[in-house]
Design a protein around this ligand. Structure first.
Ligand code: AMP
Length: 187
């Protein structure tokens, strides 16, 4: 089962993906983690990605799709995986769909975790990761609004989108996600 998680920074995607990956026993792929790892290994791709990440902008589509394609090629996702933070743009979504279609596969579910902006800023300031300052946070939320909202519409138009209230207690959020992936026939 291939599940895409969409949600602004701070919505709880990482936490919920971790739990769902354990529950379904499939890999959890976070492009943010993959790009940070490439930066720490100091690869050319990692250095290029970091220039954008440090400013709270998106890493260019061709770099991210390359990272994801290489990761999916490893084959451990053939029975499914969770995509956390990818796709983030319509171009990335189209690339993913084309990659999967070439292999006779498709996206099964897209889960959007919804949390109001004030709550996101509060959570992100509490979290204090190296790229989390008020300025980068505000930029990342703007980027999310501008580039990821069309993505939500893209998946909604394909009947794949489930919206989940991300402000509820994490156990309740997880229960809603489980109902969504358990309760519907696989795409
Ligand atoms: P995250 O850990 O998902 O919050 O991602 C941290 C940063 O990595 C983002 O602010 C972006 O700069 C970059 N990033 C992660 N995933 C993507 C993606 N799918 N497309 C472009 N940039 C990404």
């Amino acid at each position: 089962m291939l599940i895409v998680f969409i949600g602004p920074p701070g919505a709880g995607k990482g936490t919920q993906c971790e739990r769902l990956a354990n529950y379904l026993n499939v890999p959890h792929l976070s492009t943010g983690e993959m790009l940070r790892a490439a930066h720490h290994r100091n690869t050319p791709l990692g250095r290029e990605a970091a220039r954008h990440m440090d400013q709270g902008g998106l890493v260019p589509d061709e770099l991210v799709t390359q990272v994801v394609r290489q990761r999916l090629d490893l084959g451990d996702c053939n029975n499914g995986c969770l995509l956390d933070g990818f796709p983030r743009t319509v171009v990335q979504a189209e690339d993913l769909i084309a990659y999967l279609a070439d292999r006779g596969r498709e996206v099964d579910y897209v889960i959007e975790l919804c949390v109001p902006t004030e709550e996101l800023v509060r959570r992100l300031l509490d979290r204090k990761r190296e790229d989390d300052t008020l300025e980068t946070i505000q930029n990342r939320l703007r980027v999310f609004e501008g580039q990821t909202t069309p993505l939500v519409e893209f998946f909604e138009a394909r009947g794949l989108l489930s919206r989940i209230d991300g402000t509820a207690d994490p156990d309740e959020v997880f229960a809603s996600i489980r109902r969504c992936v358990d309760g519907q026939p696989s795409g």
